[in-house]
Ligand binder design. Structure first.
Ligand code: FAD
Length: 330
């Protein structure tokens, strides 16, 4: 009988990635609805020390695998270890981050285990009647949301984009079980050679980590339109992000893009400046705590999700706003 909600936890250089902690928050909710447990799967070299953190963030049990072969993510050894854990434990649900690692790993496991996989989910819920997992994701270019079921196979598997689910706060009173799983790796499991690891150093903060985002769209008029936004962001201690239209026009790089094919963000404040509010953009920012929109078109869809909307010219309003905030700070 399948049971429990399993989460694949990502680590890089033995640092737990935020997405895994977010997924534990969602897994906790799903497991409570099912009356089952949350199990975190943690792989790496000398990784056991991180297991406690996962319990404090919602896991009832951590299954960890330590081996030098798992130091860096490589498909085959990771797929072998997770495959063995799943086959031994028969989970009801397994969730992964829709990151480059999760997107590589999850489909391989789906094929090995002979089950389905719903990629890039934005919502996961338990059907109160059937107790099946309802996996919702954008479909047809984001024009509709599709809810997908995996009724006949177990585990039910999904990948979820970073920033979509909410982590639960650290609870130091939580306790749980930490179990080591031994995997017999053989040299052939390492079917690639890592010659060098080149890291791209970014001076900018990842937009998914920002507390305040000032986002520019086509309405800012051109690449020079980002300068007033930068000035405003500086006063606010914010980061700059954008719509896809601004990226496609070559005004800003893709790592700033918010939305269905960009990043999902959940800042405390999101400024949408000259952004119409297309459904694909909203998919990446509508969970922000406070949305402030400036748009010259009164019925722009962005105003439907905005907590505060200003109808007006962004080029006139942004410098004035930056100036006023600067004065208020002095
Ligand atoms: P526009 O839609 O052109 O809107 C510009 C807005 O600025 C208008 O509302 C206008 O009234 C306002 N404006 C103009 N001048 C001023 C001014 N001077 N002052 C104030 N307001 C002004 N989009 C994303 O953003 N992210 C995605 O990840 C994404 N993924 C997509 C995936 C698919 C499969 C598809 C089909 C589309 C995707 N899109 C995405 C594109 C999306 O559909 C929109 O085309 C895009 O979001 C529009 O960007 P925008 O709001 O900046 O531009």
């Amino acid at each position: 009988m399948s049971k429990d909600v399993f989460v694949f936890i990502e680590q890089r250089d033995n640092v737990l990635q935020k997405v895994g902690i977010e997924l534990l928050g969602k897994a906790r909710e799903l497991a409570d609805d099912l009356g089952q447990n949350v199990v975190a799967m943690l792989l790496g070299e000398n990784i056991k020390g991180q297991a406690e953190v996962l319990i404090k963030h919602g896991a009832d049990k951590v299954i960890y695998v330590e081996d030098p072969i798992l130091k860096e993510y490589v498909t085959e050894p990771y797929a072998k270890a997770i495959n063995e854990i799943i086959k031994e434990n028969d989970p009801e649900i397994v969730i992964y981050g829709a990151t480059s690692i999760g997107r590589d790993l999850a489909p391989r496991l789906a094929a090995r285990i002979h089950t389905g996989l719903t990629a890039d989910c934005t919502k996961l819920e338990i059907d109160p009647e059937s107790k099946n997992l309802m996996m919702t994701r954008p479909a047809f270019g984001g024009n509709l949301m599709a809810t997908i079921l995996c009724e006949d196979h177990r585990p039910q598997m999904a990948t979820v984009r970073p920033g979509v689910m909410q982590a639960i706060d650290t609870d130091n009173s939580r306790t749980g079980e930490i179990v080591e799983k031994k995997i017999d790796f053989v040299p052939e499991d390492m079917n690639v050679t890592i010659k060098d690891i080149l890291k791209i150093e970014s001076k900018k903060k990842d937009i998914t980590e920002a507390k305040i985002l000032v986002s520019g769209g086509r309405g800012i008029g051109g690449p020079e339109g980002f300068q007033p936004l930068e000035d405003l962001a500086k006063v606010l201690g914010a980061e700059i992000s954008s719509s896809r239209a601004a990226v496609d026009a070559g005004w800003i790089t893709k790592d700033h893009q918010v939305g269905q094919t960009g990043k999902t963000v959940r800042p405390e404040v999101y400024f949408a400046m000259g952004i119409s509010g297309a459904i694909q953009h909203l998919a990446g920012m509508e969970e922000s705590d406070l949305i402030i929109a400036v748009n010259k078109t009164e019925d722009a869809p962005i105003f439907e999700v905005a907590d505060l909307g200003v109808v007006g010219d962004v080029n006139a309003i942004v410098p004035k706003l930056a100036e006023a905030l600067k004065k208020a700070k002095e």
